[in-house]
Design a protein around this ligand. Structure first.
Ligand SMILES: NC(=O)c1ccc[n+]([C@@H]2O[C@H](COP(=O)([O-])OP(=O)(O)OC[C@H]3O[C@@H](n4cnc5c(N)ncnc54)[C@H](O)[C@@H]3O)[C@@H](O)[C@H]2O)c1
Length: 251
């Protein structure tokens, strides 16, 4: 098993992509920290991992709160002995046309998607550096290339790529790799709530003719989390059914 006995923390793993990533890491032998702001969801995921024979703790913490983040990293190290793999998955969207976008829409999305990542990377790297080992996997989005109605989201996810490339350079000497995954549309409960017309339009833009499933993001995480990727850092892989190849909406 490729991540046997590694300690992995997955932010926002109370549902959606993060839940499947946390379960996949646990199935592959990692000790997993399930983190979310949603108590019920996080507990459910942690219970399911435990029931399947995994080693898990559940920590409710808001990644925008630096004190809560610090406590979470300290508790991870106290209970599991280290933090080896960090999957920065928690993220939100507040889509709107640019001129309708409020300052609050901008600040909230940037605060969770980008500053939250800064907070947790800083706390985790302090510990990883002591161990001279770390795998950081940051979930960006295909939207970082640009998409109408997503100025705040796209900017935050572009920031995630820039942050990751810079951290990769600064941390390579400590044997810490930092890579990104940029998913395209993935079937999470959110997609199912979109109007049928919107779903149809989105599907029409998918070169492979379908949308992805969270397991396909988890496979990418497993590559970056394992020693198979020892020589890979600062990279962004698109898992998006080919949509990133297009530069224009009219294609
Ligand atoms: N689903 C997609 O199509 C898609 C596409 C591209 C990128 N992504 C990215 O993948 C990641 C996961 O997306 P998802 O679709 O599974 O979303 P989701 O909404 O299903 O899950 C996100 C989780 O993060 C948690 N969360 C939100 N704010 C938090 C905070 N401040 N602290 C801790 N936890 C917090 C939520 O409670 C939720 O459980 C996000 O970063 C998203 O931007 C998703």
């Amino acid at each position: 098993m490729k991540v046997q006995n590694r300690v992995a923390l997955v932010t926002g793993s109370g549902g959606g992509i993060g839940e499947v990533v946390a379960k996949t890491l646990a199935q592959n032998g990692a000790k997993v920290v399930v983190n979310d702001i949603n108590f019920e969801n996080a507990i459910r995921v942690a219970d399911e991992i435990k029931a399947a024979g995994g080693e898990v703790i559940c920590i409710i913490a808001d990644i925008t709160n630096r004190d809560q983040v610090k406590d979470m990293i300290n508790r991870t190290v106290d209970e599991f002995g280290s933090i080896d793999i960090l999957v920065n998955n928690a993220g939100i969207a507040k889509d709107k046309g640019f001129l309708k976008m409020s300052e609050e829409d901008w600040d909230t999305v940037l605060n969770v998607n980008l500053k939250g990542m800064f907070n947790i990377c800083q706390a985790a790297v302090t510990k990883m550096r002591e161990n001279k080992y770390g795998r950081i996997i940051n979930i960006s989005s295909r939207a970082w290339l640009g998409w109408p109605g997503q100025a705040n989201y796209a900017a935050s996810k572009g920031g995630v790529v820039s942050l990751s490339r810079t951290l990769a350079l600064e941390l390579a000497k400590f044997k810490i790799t930092v890579n990104c995954i940029a998913p395209g549309i993935i079937r999470t409960p959110l997609f199912d709530t979109l109007p049928e017309e919107t779903q149809k339009n989105l599907l029409a833009l998918q070169p492979v003719g379908r949308i992805g499933v969270p397991e396909e993001i988890a496979y990418g995480v497993m590559f970056f989390a394992s020693d198979d990727s020892n020589y890979v850092t600062g990279q962004t892989i698109f898992i998006c059914g080919g949509k990133s190849i297009f530069s224009s909406l009219s294609v």
